[in-house]
Every structure is written in C-alpha cells, then in structure tokens.
Design a protein around this ligand. Structure first.
Ligand SMILES: [Zn+2]
Length: 234
C-alpha cells in the first residue's frame, strides 16, 4: 500500500466515524425535546385540573348562596302581605331589591366560572390526547436511540481500532499533516484530482504533479488548500 492509499483508507474510516457522531448527535436532542414537551403538557394538565377543582368548590358555594338568597326573597315576599304600613312595605321591598341584585351578581359570576371550567375541560382533553401520542412517539424514539447507540458503539469501537491500526502504518510527519488538514478542512483531507484541478478547491494542478499522483507517488498536496491529492482510477 502506498502512503497515499493509506491516507485514503484513513480518511474513509474518519468519515464513517464522523457519520456516526452526526447520526447520534441529532437523535438525543430530539428525544430531549420530546421529553420537554411531554413534561410541559403534564404540567399544564395538572394545573388545569387543580383550577377545575377550585372552580367546582366556588360553584358549589354559589349554589348554596343562591338557594339561601332565593329563600330569603320568598320569605320577604310572603311578609309583604302581612305588613300594615307603607313604611314597612317599602322597607321590605327595598330589601327584596337588594337581595335580587345580590343574586344577579352571583349568577353572573357563576356563569363566568362555568364557562372557564368548560374551556379548561376542553383544553385538558386535547392536551391529554397530545400527551398520549407524544408518549408513544417518545417510547419509539427512545428505543430507536438505544438500538442505534448499541449498534453504533460496536461499529464505533471497530472503526476506531481499524483507525488506530491504519495510523500506525503512516509516518509521523504525514500523519500530523493529515491531522492539521483534517481539522482545518472539516474532516476532508484527501481529495481526488479532477481533470487538471484539485477536487477540493478547484485549483489548477500542474501536469507533472498529476502524473506523479496517477502513478501513486508522493504524497502530493494541493498548493492552494493543502489537501492530499489522489487519483481515482475509473
Ligand atoms: Zn485544493
């Protein structure tokens, strides 16, 4: 194996390792986002249910108050027949009017609470449905993530040992050049020569260098982007 062939093989292993990192890099993030969404839905359902409990207590209280006030109004109306003076009559009538306006206030408040309760019940129903499908989705994705992590950790270990072995066969100076370009060029340190240009940056490669690259001598690098050059036989 020529030096350039070794570098190409190393590049291939590095690319596969990079693919694994990218694959896993995305999925854990998605699983976490779903988990966040799930907990905020759970919280919202819980707070909605707590509010409904409060509203039910208030509504029960209102009901008791309304029964009470209606009873008082009836009693005052009965007394209207028993009074003997206009003054007593007016006083009773005044009290009845006052009670009626109290009753109105409570009825309006009761109606508002009932509406709030109904819209909360609707919200909770749809949130619970979302939660159900979200939880199913989450279970599925978690499983997928586990499988991927298991599979890829084996794959990763295998690739890493192959990578170490490959690096062992390359001289130190070439390796450090490879690593430098690898870091600077986002993981792509070896490119093919295409016609008479560098496959990485498109710079012109002199015919003399091309024929050396074709013959597998070198290794040669592009003057412009420093990537290693190799010839891919069709
Ligand atoms: Zn180049």
């Amino acid at each position: 194996m020529s030096v350039i062939q070794k570098i190409v093989a190393l590049q291939h292993l590095d690319s596969q390792l990079q693919d694994i990192a990218e694959l896993l890099g995305d999925l854990p993030g998605k699983v976490n986002a779903l988990k966040d969404e799930e907990s905020s839905l759970i919280l919202s359902v819980e707070s909605g249910k707590a509010r409904i409990k409060e509203l039910n207590l208030e509504l029960n209280k209102f009901e008791g108050q309304m029964v009470d006030i209606k009873g008082k109004i009836d009693k005052h109306k009965d007394q209207l027949f028993l009074v003997t003076t206009n003054k007593q009559y007016d006083a009773l009538q005044h009290e009845i009017d006052h009670l009626k306006s109290e009753l109105d206030k409570i009825e309006i408040q009761s109606l508002e609470f009932t509406e709030e309760k109904e819209s909360l019940e609707e919200r909770i129903k749809s949130e619970e449905e979302n939660l159900e499908s979200l939880s199913r989705d989450l279970v599925g994705r978690r499983k997928k993530l586990e499988v991927l992590m298991n599979n890829s950790s084996e794959e990763k270990a295998k690739l890493e040992s192959e990578r170490n072995e490959q690096r062992g066969g390359i001289d130190g100076a070439t390796l450090s050049r490879y690593d430098r370009i690898h870091n600077a060029r986002r993981g792509l340190s070896v490119v093919t020569v295409q016609r008479s240009a560098c496959g990485g940056c498109g710079a012109f490669i002199p015919p003399q260098i091309i024929s050396e690259v074709r013959a597998g001598r070198g290794p040669h690098t592009c003057d412009s982007c420093s990537r290693f050059l190799y010839w891919e036989s069709a």
